[in-house]
Design a protein around this ligand. Structure first.
Ligand code: F6P
Length: 548
């Protein structure tokens, strides 16, 4: 692989785009009656349909060539080998070990980490079982009815998203809550819903230093000490962290500390003890099914040839639209109400991983990286932002996610949900031309002048691309496969862009400046003279209006 080969592969893609830019996706279907069969991949019941894209066989060949010359296969092998691919933090990224159920060895720094992983998983799942069956109870002997996870970013979004997605699989009658924001409204809303005697707090923080989490944790601790007495803390608080020393200082009992390792990135940690709140919600068996789903996707990603590999194809499509068509965003629309938090989860996964401007070597990247990832569940989005997807000036590729069967719902509703999902991807692709609109309007009693005036507004360009992921139902295994699928999709893009997807230095400057500002904000008399004019002015205005 050389820089010249990579540049040539991008140029070939650019030339190919010009060549096919006047084509319509619909024409590809007309020319090839087997297009749907040829542009799809099945992984058991999960079907990835990528036929509604602006691609043909030549596009795929060009994209696969780019993947090969960019060293995707070597990068994938490196990932699974446990090499220190997170070079700026000197760590491996071995989250796949956390969902391994096969007994296979996963090596980090020349050491098989599976014995540690299995021991940590056993400890966590034993605890989960005891909380759920009432063997472990609160300080007054009451069973836990509520679990509050305090964490942020990767220590919140994953378990919060998954607990909501799998809410119908929790049969122990335990409610889970997730508190992340340093805005006290978040914690106080949750505290107003719980009975302290029946509440277990999980302080989830890889570093155990994150400002928001530690502030919320201290406030929750004070609240519990006030409600039940200082001696109750040991029974009502547990912690999940890699910093066991700091956790002990907080006063959490040694047997209530669940560890993990620095080779697990925050946004890849849902599979570790960070999944504790999820595991309590759905139980050990379902949690293991979730892991199994993740492992199945790992096996597929590691072994399937590039052209039949779902994360690879999804990553390459993302490259095609981001770098060759210059599309700025990507929407993920689950037609699955319980996946409501999935887009927010993906925002951290994708944008914190790939929102980078320099290569692994520290030189400027010459192509655009992470697009904006966003979404909301269908059908709600249809009545909000779909107008822009259909008729806006920016083209936004979409992933539609839908289950063949509802987990627990009315079949009539679900048929309508599926019809809506398919109708949207069809409408995006098909569009409606000006002539078609006029032909329809002629059948009404409008005048010619009225038709001319209205027709442009009712015209849809169409030719807007989307993928559809159709799975049997949203159960723990399916969710595991979806999460691992998007993790690897993110990795594929990073490998092709030659960036490190496992660090996140971009969050540091804001944290540092906040630490400098916090004492100035808290002290009315503190000087603001070293601050920029806007920041100083805003602080002065805040001081003035907060007084009145
Ligand atoms: O601020 C970004 C970040 O470091 C994320 O990468 C991480 O998931 C989150 O903060 C929370 O970190 P921690 O688990 O250490 O509290």
């Amino acid at each position: 692989m050389t820089a010249a080969q990579i540049a040539a592969a991008y140029s070939a893609l650019e030339a190919h785009r010009i060549e096919i830019s006047q084509r319509r996706i619909m024409d590809f279907f007309t020319e090839d009656s087997a297009r749907f069969q040829r542009f799809q991949v099945q992984l058991d019941d999960l079907l990835f349909d990528y036929s509604k894209h602006m691609i043909n066989d030549a596009t795929l060949a060009h994209l696969l060539h780019l993947a090969r010359v960019s060293g995707l296969e070597e990068a994938r092998a490196n990932l699974f080998s446990g090499a220190r691919i997170n070079s700026t933090e000197g760590r491996a990224a071995m989250h796949m070990a956390l969902r391994n159920l096969t007994g296979r060895a996963f090596m980090v720094e020349g050491r098989n980490v599976m014995p540690d992983v299995l021991a940590a998983r056993r400890k966590m799942l034993d605890f989960v079982a005891s909380v759920r069956d009432g063997t472990i109870v609160g300080s007054s002997g009451a069973m836990f009815s509520d679990v509050v996870n305090i964490g942020i970013g990767g220590s919140d979004l994953g378990p919060a998203m998954a607990a909501r997605a799998l809410s119908t699989f929790g049969n122990a009658g335990i409610r889970t809550h997730f508190v992340s924001n340093v805005d006290s409204a978040d914690l106080s809303e949750t505290l107003s819903q719980i009975d302290p005697a029946q509440t277990l707090f999980i302080i989830s923080s890889k570093t155990f230093t994150t400002q928001e989490t530690m502030t919320n944790a201290r406030t929750a601790r004070r609240f519990m000490a006030q409600a039940l007495g200082e001696n109750s803390i040991g029974d009502h608080f547990v912690a999940v962290s890699t910093r066991l020393d700091l956790v002990q200082d907080f006063g959490i009992r040694a047997d209530r500390i669940f560890g993990f390792w620095d080779w697990v990135g925050g946004r890849y940690s849902l599979w570790s003890s960070i999944g504790l709140a999820l595991a309590i919600a759905i139980g050990p068996r379902h949690f293991e099914e979730f892991l199994q789903g993740g492992q199945e996707m790992d096996d597929h990603f590691e072994s399937a040839p590039l052209q039949d590999n779902i994360p690879v194809l999804m990553g390459l499509l993302a490259i095609w639209y981001r770098n060759i068509w210059n599309y700025p965003a990507h929407a993920v629309i689950p037609y699955d109400h319980r996946l409501a938090r999935f887009p927010a989860y993906l925002q951290q996964l994708d944008m914190e991983s790939n929102g980078k401007s320099v290569t692994r070597e520290g030189t400027k990247v010459h192509v655009a990286t992470a697009p904006v990832i966003w979404g909301e569940p269908g059908t709600n989005g249809q009545h909000a932002f779909f107008q822009m997807l259909h008729q806006g000036t920016s083209i936004i590729p979409v992933d539609f996610l839908i289950a063949a069967k509802p987990v627990m719902a009315d079949d009539h509703h679900h048929d309508l949900l599926i019809a809506n999902c398919l109708a949207q991807s069809e409408a995006l692709m098909r569009g409606r031309s000006l002539d078609e609109v006029k032909t329809l309007l002629v059948k009404t009693n409008m005048t010619e002048q009225e038709i001319e005036a209205l027709a442009p507004h009712k015209t849809f360009e169409g030719n807007r691309p989307s993928s559809t992921i159709l799975y049997r139902r949203l159960d723990p295994r399916t969710l595991g496969r979806l999460v691992a699928l998007y993790e690897h999709r993110t990795f594929v893009q990073a490998a092709i862009w030659n960036i490190n997807p496992f660090d996140q230095w971009g969050v540091e400057l804001g944290k540092e400046l906040c630490n400098r500002l916090a004492p100035i904000v808290a002290d009315e008399l503190a000087t603001t003279q070293d601050l920029d004019g806007s920041t100083a002015g805003l602080i002065a205005w805040r001081r003035q209006i907060a007084r009145s």
